[in-house]
Design a protein around this ligand. Sequence first.
Ligand code: HEC
Ligand code: HEC
Length: 160
Amino acid sequence: MRALLRTITLLLCLVPVFAQAQQAKPVKPFIDAARGPTAIPDEPKPPVLGNAVNDDLRRTRNYAMQPPTIPHRVDGYQVDKNFNKCLDCHARAKIEMSQAIPVSITHYMDRDGRMLGQISTRRYFCLQCHVPQDPVKPIVPNTFEDIDTVIQKSLKTSKK
Ligand code: HEC
Ligand code: HEC
């Protein structure tokens, strides 16, 4: 009986603690670095697109595994669960008609390195990795040198 009483008193003591804990959290305004202050159920207004370079000239990659930048405009291209406009030209089966560069074999591999018959879901949203370029001056200076430049330089200095 005493044990029971003790438990009841203990539980009763805890009630105000719980009540307090619930009250303690003040509601913070929702701010997310990527979404800004737009609440989860609302759709944010995307920023206006720039005037992307559309010269159709493939650019040099800075390193072998760089996703090449896109040398043509892509605004208005539908990429969702129903349709992928990029694959309309870049799929292996479409290149004869489009003369586009087919997506490479890595785009058919799942994360365990297994080769799939269709484009892998992790390579489906092309613009996650490939981006068009705007004709703007870089905001920050960039002193990156690719491996070819580094090799050339070291060859020159070793000859001396
Ligand atoms: C109407 C056909 C067409 C569509 C649609 C299209 N492309 Fe292209 N793409 C090309 C062609 C053709 C080239 C070759 C260069 C050129 O002519 O612009 C190219 C080049 C590229 C390159 C450069 C490849 C390299 O090796 O330098 C990338 C990356 C690319 N496209 C990505 C995309 C993405 C991502 C989309 C969808 C958002 C897309 N393309 C939609 C036709 C297309
Ligand atoms: C997760 C990142 C990623 C996604 C998503 C992705 N790619 Fe790529 N893509 C790459 C990388 C990295 C390369 C260069 C190395 C390689 O071929 O894997 C590349 C290469 C390419 C090339 C050049 C192939 C060649 O042989 O020169 C084309 C064209 C291309 N991608 C188109 C696309 C299209 C179209 C989509 C959407 C269906 C897409 N990519 C989705 C990362 C990605």
